[in-house]
Design a binder for this molecule. Structure first.
Ligand SMILES: *Cc1c(COP(=O)(O)O)cnc(C)c1O
Length: 401
């Protein structure tokens, strides 16, 4: 296959899962968070590999992601973390997805859907009560407890499988905010139980809290970042034996010797300083290359860093700061990354058409159209393992594999 693709080593993902299990409290289980197509790696492939390894629970953000997992044979618990809409509930219940509950009014409506399903089909809906403790996104506040308990008592088809919260600052060194969140969670669950509602499971830990607070593992820990081989912050680096399963690759599809002073790319932002070779690789920002989420500076020091960086860039010093790896050597991107093409200044390095280049393509922004190739049990699989070999949300994918 020519062009640009991503190699995902499922053996590394499984290895990372084993590392998590090693450090897990004996009473707890790992819920693999495979939202956003498993952070870009491929939700089906990752969930399958982990289910084979004994993982019993998965989490996604949206109902459609959960349905997608079910359609592809994932049998374990699937929790939908995000808020859901009425229109999705019947399908979600039929697929036995477990839903996060953040609104009182949903309770009676969910109950009605279940009781209207007809006797043969009838089943309960399993929900996890989401508690708002400081993320400021979704969930119940302690002031709503009375109303919540009442509504649940009047909804026999709504089964409370879990209660959970999500930490906003668990990766920070200063844990006071996180401790406050945990306190509020504890107060909430205590009162919930005093009100006669006993959720089967409690869970609070994401990757960072899992590493720092073994005493909070409860029944599940919800792990995403560690499974994909990343640490939630630099301070955590090396705490587990993680392996990075992700390698994005492109190929040289054009190569030309050029003289000194050649202008490269849009706005001619790059000029060759001496005679050199330029190589073109078929990847660009439409694939997610050179694209990063918008970060808001955290404090004055951070702001100053950004200002200085931009100031230096004005003089062309940092332009083409993206770097790729060609035969073990670092090579600069020359000029602006294009929509689907990028130019490299390969200098005197020995290379030819078809040579592979490793590119820093961010997992969560890598376009789903970029083909993924999977390695499992040491062997390369030919293409995505999804049914029909294509992602349903992405019809244009088929001609790329
Ligand atoms: C994404 C997410 C997680 C996983 O967090 P990581 O830090 O990637 O492990 C856990 N819980 C919720 C609610 C999430 O949205």
């Amino acid at each position: 296959m020519a062009g640009t693709w991503i190699e995902v080593d499922l053996d590394a993902v499984v290895g990372n899962y084993r590392e998590v299990i090693k450090h897990l409290h004996p009473q707890a289980r790992c819920m693999a968070v495979v939202k956003a197509d498993a952070y870009g790696l491929g939700a089906i492939e990752v969930a399958r590999a982990l289910e084979e390894e004994g993982c019993e629970a998965f989490a996604v953000t949206r109902v459609e992601e959960g349905l997608f997992l079910r359609e592809h044979g994932i049998e374990g618990i699937i929790l939908v973390l995000g808020p859901t809409m009425k229109e999705e509930w019947l399908q979600a219940i039929e697929a036995q997805l477990q839903l996060s509950l953040s609104e009182i009014s949903s309770i009676s409506e969910l109950n009605d859907i279940c009781s209207n399903m007809g006797q043969e089909l009838q089943q309960n809906v399993k929900v996890h009560i989401k508690v708002e403790t400081g993320m400021g996104r979704t969930g119940f506040r302690i002031s709503e407890l009375g109303e919540l308990i009442n509504a649940l008592r009047n909804a026999p088809n709504v089964e409370v499988s879990g209660v959970y919260t999500h930490f906003a600052r668990a990766a920070q060194r200063d844990q006071s905010y996180t401790l406050g969140q945990y306190e509020r969670f504890k107060a909430f669950t205590d009162q919930l139980e005093e009100g006669g509602i006993y959720p089967t499971w409690k869970h609070v830990c994401n990757s960072a809290a899992f590493l720092d607070h073994p005493e909070w593992h409860h029944d599940f820990v919800r792990i995403g970042t560690l499974l994909i081989g990343h640490y939630p912050g630099q301070a955590f680096s090396g705490r587990l034996g993680l392996k990075d399963p992700w390698t994005a690759k492109s190929q040289i599809v054009h190569l030309r010797k050029v003289p000194k002073g050649t202008n490269v790319g849009y706005q001619s932002l790059y000029h060759t300083k001496k005679e050199t070779k330029l190589a073109v690789i078929p990847v660009g920002y439409a694939d997610g290359f050179g694209v990063a989420p918008h970060f808001v500076p955290q404090g004055w020091l951070d702001f100053l860093k950004i200002v200085i960086k931009n100031f230096i860039a004005l003089f062309g010093i940092f332009l083409g700061q993206e770097r790729v790896e060609l035969k073990g050597r670092t090579v600069r991107v020359a000029g602006k990354i294009g929509m689907q093409l990028t130019v490299l200044d390969v200098g005197g390095q020995d290379c030819m058409l078809g040579d592979e280049v490793i590119i820093p393509l961010r997992r969560t922004v890598a376009n789903a159209r970029v083909p993924r190739r999977y390695r499992k049990n040491g062997q390369m699989l030919s293409k995505r393992v999804v049914k029909e070999g294509i992602l349903p949300t992405c019809p244009e994918y088929s001609h790329l594999v």
